[in-house]
Each structure stands twice: as structure tokens, then as C-alpha cells.
Design a protein around this ligand. Structure first.
Ligand code: UGA
Length: 417
């Protein structure tokens, strides 16, 4: 927002995070974020604070707190509710609160009614976020679409005009902008993630079939992906989806549908989830098989811990989950990730972490490539062969040049190939 020319006050309840940001340090790994943060601070258009009172006088208040999975699978709204409660006393008539968080459908109407009751003339709108980790800066500055969920009437029209000013730069570049009611905007967000999760589980289900009949799921994805109605993106078979969004969003969506009495409509998402989790179990079983049925005493090199490349996020990461299960089953796991060792160690201090890929690979009885970082794609299989104890590799993301690894003497096992 500061880069786009707006004056920004950023509030968080975590003083350590605020201190880091104020010093120009990104609190997590995201390509391009340190640069954009430095630019924003240098422009003098952004400041970081833990004091909610500092937001008073802002025309637009973005609400962007997390909605993690609660114990029943439903979204935990306590951060949204706490942020709204803390913010409301500093909102004035004529101002807008703009929800960004992924929430159960119906939340915006509830928050909007509470806001209007507390601050007559203030308006709540929902403007969901579609950014991907690893591309967060690019996706924020030039998104592929804007969705405005607004109330009916004059307040809604003023909200549209205000958001158009906020996003003037991207709109001038032709970014589509769709205006709709609040529940539709909430649903757009969650249904987009449910669709993406379904697409990934679809191709992983095809991988399971391919494994049984000796077919190649990558060739299959390439071929069906040429059909523009299907499209090749998000058809990469492997370990399935993880992270802070897709897994918890499909569970929260099912929980909300159950509450609304339309659970059957989303019953298929339980299969999407189960197919996704089977991939992790499959790799653990494959590792066991390749190690002759005994994991105890074996050394396994795990390359990749983040839920996807170009991120240090290990929330619900298939890679970290597999590493932890192999350790539990008695293997000595030597894990390496270019960015996610610090975050992984916090969740699983029991694993052995290496500082380089070479260190993890040295003496390994089995190599698992579990996150498709470029660094792993570029590994020289000949050099790896000279480090390991036994040349066996599982390519959990189908990201290695299979022929090159086989030529270097490796037994190579991919996913669905
Ligand atoms: C996802 C959505 O893609 C964003 O549009 C959305 O804004 C975001 O959630 C959110 O709700 O905040 P993200 O979690 O960053 O973004 O990651 P994705 O790129 O969607 O990848 C999710 C997982 O699916 C990763 O573990 C990735 O490895 C896996 N994946 C992705 C596959 O297994 N196969 C594929 O073909 C693509």
C-alpha cells in the first residue's frame, strides 16, 4: 500500500514482529519483501505500531489477521473478533473496514451489523486476498482480479469508489474488478481454494491409478492440460497440498456447510483431503520398501521442508510431516531446506538438520526430495552419487531429471510414474 503511494499505519499485537518490521526486517522469508519494505520505509509513508489508537483518522482499515483451523475443523475466528473489537473504537463515520481474512460465509454480515451498530455511518466490506506465498509481492501489487463484497445502497457505492482509489494503479493497468454482495465475496475466496485443492487431489488420484498400471501421470497431466477447459496449472502430482491455506480452508468450508445444513454439497472435500493425506503415507511406505523393510538404523536425507519452494512456511507441510514420521519409525533423518530449517526446527526439534544439501546427503541410505526448490533440481546426480551410501532417490515432487539420475546409477522413484 505504501509502495502504491498511500500513507500506511500497520498494527500488530506482536511487539517482536513490529520491532523487526520497523527496522526494515521481514519477519519471514518471502522473495522481494525486504526490498519493498525498505522502499516503503524510506518513503516515510509507512509506520509500524502495536498501538491501535494510531489508526484513528485512517479512511480505510484493512483487517488481515489469520483464521487458523480450530479443534473441530471449523475456522477459529477469535483473532478476527479480537481485531474488530480492538479496532472499532477508533473507526469514525464515513470510514471503511475492509476484511481480507478468509472467513466462513456469513461472517462479514455479522461483523458489518456490529460495526454499524457501534459506529453509525461506518461501513464494512469484504475484499478477499488471493496472493500465493512465494509470489506474494507480485500478486499483491498486480493481482489477477479484485473482488469487492459490498452492502447494497449508497454505502456500497461509496465503498466501491474508495477501493477504486486504493487500487487505482492496478485498475489503470486493466486488472478486472468484480463487485458483488458480502456472502458471494466470502464464497469466492473459499471456493477458489477448494477448487485448487480438488484439482491437486484429482491429479494425485490419477497418480495412484498410474502407479498400479505402470502409466506416467506427468505425461497424462501434460496431455489433458492442453485442453484449455482443464489447463495444465495445478496438475502437478506429488506429495499434495500443505501450507496455511488449502488444507484448513477445505476443512473450514465443510464445517460451515454442515452448520448451514448443506454438508452433502461439500462431502467430496473429505475425499479431496483423504487423497491428499494418502500421498504422505505413500512416501513413508515407499521409503520403507526401498530400505528393505527396515527403517531403524538407516540414514535418510530429506531435501526440502517448506510446504512449497520460495517459502520458509512449514505449516501443514507434507515434507516436514514425512520427515517427522520417518524419524518416529526409527530412521535417522538428516534434513535440509534452503530457508525453512529455522521454522522446521521450532516444530520438530528432534530431527537432525543439516546446513547444506551436501551435509544431509553424506552417507545417506536413501534420498528424499520433498520440496521442489531450484537448488535441488540443479543437483548434479553424479556428485550426489559420490556422497551417499546407497544411490536411491525418491522424487516426491517429480522435479528431477529422471534420466540423468538413472544415468548416474540411481534407482529413481517418482510419484505416479
Ligand atoms: C493458496 C492459493 O493458491 C492462493 O490463491 C490463496 O490466496 C492462498 O492459498 C491463501 O488462501 O492465502 P499458497 O498456500 O501460497 O496459496 O500455495 P499454493 O501455491 O496454492 O500451493 C499449495 C500447496 O499445493 C503446496 O503445498 C504445493 O506444493 C501444492 N501443489 C500446488 C501441488 O501439490 N501441486 C500443484 O500442481 C500445485
Amino acid at each position: 500500500m505504501a509502495k502504491l503511494g498511500h500513507d500506511v499505519v500497520a498494527v500488530d499485537v506482536d511487539p517482536a514482529k513490529i520491532e523487526q518490521l520497523a527496522a526494515g526486517e521481514a519477519p519471514f522469508f518471502e522473495p522481494g519483501l525486504p526490498e519493498v519494505l525498505g522502499e516503503a520505509l524510506a518513503s516515510g509513508r509507512i509506520r509500524f505500531t502495536t498501538e491501535m489508537a494510531d489508526v484513528a483518522g485512517s479512511q480505510v482499515h484493512f483487517l488481515a489477521v489469520g483464521t487458523p483451523q480450530g479443534p473441530t475443523g471449523a475456522a477459529d475466528l477469535r483473532y478476527v473478533d479480537a481485531a474488530m473489537a480492538a479496532l472499532t473504537p477508533y473507526v469514525s463515520a464515513g470510514e471503511f473496514v475492509v476484511g481480507k481474512s478468509t472467513v466462513p460465509v456469513g461472517t462479514a454480515a455479522r461483523l458489518g451489523a456490529d460495526l454499524s451498530a457501534a459506529v453509525p455511518g461506518a461501513t464494512l466490506v469484504w475484499n478477499p486476498e488471493f496472493l500465493r506465498e512465494g509470489f506474494a509481492v507480485q500478486d499483491t501489487i498486480s493481482p489477477d482480479r479484485f473482488v469487492y463484497g459490498v452492502p447494497e445502497g449508497a454505502d456500497g457505492e461509496r465503498a466501491v469508489a474508495t477501493l477504486d482509489e486504493v487500487y487505482a494503479t492496478a485498475l489503470a493497468d486493466g486488472t478486472p474488478r468484480l463487485v458483488m454482495d458480502l456472502p458471494t465475496a466470502e464464497l469466492v475466496k473459499i471456493s477458489a481454494n477448494a477448487f485448487l485443492a480438488t484439482k491437486i487431489s484429482f491429479i494425485n488420484a490419477m497418480a495412484e491409478i498410474a502407479e498400479v498400471v505402470g502409466a506416467d501421470v506427468t505425461a497424462l497431466a501434460d496431455a489433458i492440460g492442453h485442453d484449455a477447459r482443464i489447463g495444465r496449472k495445478f496438475l502437478n502430482a506429488g506429495l499434495g497440498f500443505g501450507g496455511g491455506c488449502l488444507p484448513k480452508d477445505i476443512r473450514a468450508f465443510q464445517a460451515r456447510a454442515d452448520e448451514l445444513g448443506v454438508g452433502e454439497s461439500l462431502a467430496f472435500l473429505a475425499d479431496v483431503d483423504a487423497t491428499n493425506l494418502r500421498r504422505r503415507a505413500h512416501v513413508v511406505e515407499l521409503a520403507e520398501e526401498l530400505l528393505g523393510g527396515v527403517l531403524a538404523g538407516k540414514r535418510v536425507a530429506v531435501l526440502g521442508l517448506a510446504f512449497k519452494p520460495n517459502s520458509d512456511d512449514v505449516r501443514d507441510s507434507p515434507a516436514l510431516d514425512i520427515a517427522a514420521r520417518l524419524h518416529e519409525l526409527g530412521a535417522t533423518v538428516a534434513a535440509y531446506d534452503p530457508e525453512a530449517v529455522v521454522t522446521a526446527r521450532r516444530l520438530h526439534p528432534e530431527l537432525e538438520y543439516a546446513e547444506t544439501a551436501e551435509e544431509a546427503l553424506t552417507g545417506a541410505d536413501l534420498v528424499l526430495v520433498l520440496t521442489e526448490w531450484d537448488e535441488f533440481r540443479r543437483l548434479d546426480p553424479g556428485a550426489v552419487a559420490s556422497l551417499v551410501a546407497s544411490p536411491v532417490v525418491v522424487d516426491g515432487r517429480n522435479c528431477l531429471d529422471r534420466d540423468a539420475w538413472r544415468a548416474a546409477g540411481f534407482t529413481h522413484r517418482g510419484m505416479g510414474r
